[in-house]
Design a protein around this ligand. Structure first.
Ligand SMILES: C[S@@+](CC[C@H](N)C(=O)[O-])C[C@H]1O[C@@H](n2cnc3c(N)ncnc32)[C@H](O)[C@@H]1O
Length: 228
């Protein structure tokens, strides 16, 4: 069974990816105009995401299939996602749960209307019974993920990745998989942080969308308390 081949899911995903692709020129001009308007007064990440609230910013098709495959391999009881946007990655993850026959996705989205659209898209995919998309800042909404985590997708503001991961370390099962998107910028501090053996992960970059950090929790009880 592969729900990605189910026309309800595949046609929906194709429509969402096509809409996201069509947004790219407008996304680039919005980013350019916002940077110019900043003029040295840097916006907060929240203000940036507010400006980008109409954009999908999704995982690409290849990343989505990789997420689905990972869910099938790991057979997680619980997946947590930081940054659900309109629900594209959530559909890939929940499709894997559906085909495994068990599991829950706990998503998070800062912007209310994006979270509502993500829920609506999960309903359209027939996968909403597997997902709990929480609205608000993930630093609050994911504090209690509801139990042990076997897969964590970091796809919200990259500046918060180490903080969110550290918050969730107490819930990670041994061998939990942590996938972080958008950290291909060589100055980004997250890969250095997560590759530091002191933090309890084995980690490397994989070739997805230019660079996705792929980490496995192998830490000790003591390392569960280490601060970023
Ligand atoms: C790159 S997009 C996520 C794309 C999504 N994973 C997908 O594939 O469709 C990042 C999202 O994270 C959200 N976000 C940013 N900071 C957040 C925070 N502190 N808490 C929750 N969501 C946040 C943004 O509003 C944005 O929709």
């Amino acid at each position: 069974m592969n729900s990605l081949a189910d026309p309800t899911v595949s046609e929906l995903l194709e429509r969402l990816h096509a809409e996201a692709d069509a947004q790219m020129p407008e996304l680039r001009s919005t980013i350019r105009a916002t940077r110019e308007a900043e003029d040295g007064n840097d916006l907060t990440p929240e203000a940036w995401y507010d400006k980008l609230q109409d954009f999908y910013l999704p995982v690409n098709r290849e990343q989505g299939r990789f997420l689905y495959q990972t869910v099938r391999a790991v057979q997680p009881e619980r997946i947590v996602e930081f940054g659900s946007s309109f629900g594209v990655s959530a559909i890939y993850l929940a499709a894997g749960l559906r085909d495994n026959g068990a599991g829950t996705l706990v998503g998070s989205e800062l912007i209310e209307k994006k979270a509502a659209t993500a829920r609506k898209n999960l309903v359209a995919a027939g996968l909403d019974d597997l997902a709990d998309i929480r609205t608000g800042d993930a630093r609050q909404t994911l504090k209690d993920p509801g139990g042990p985590i076997e897969i964590l997708l970091l796809d919200g503001g990259p500046a918060l990745y180490a903080e969110i991961l550290q918050m969730l370390v107490p819930n990670l099962r041994p061998g939990a998989v942590v996938i972080a998107d958008n950290v291909d910028d060589e100055d980004h501090p997250y890969p250095t942080w997560v590759r530091d053996p002191a933090h309890g992960f084995v980690s490397s970059s994989i070739r997805l969308k230019g660079g996705t950090e792929y980490s496995i929790w192998t830490g000790t009880t003591t390392q569960r308390g280490a601060t970023p």
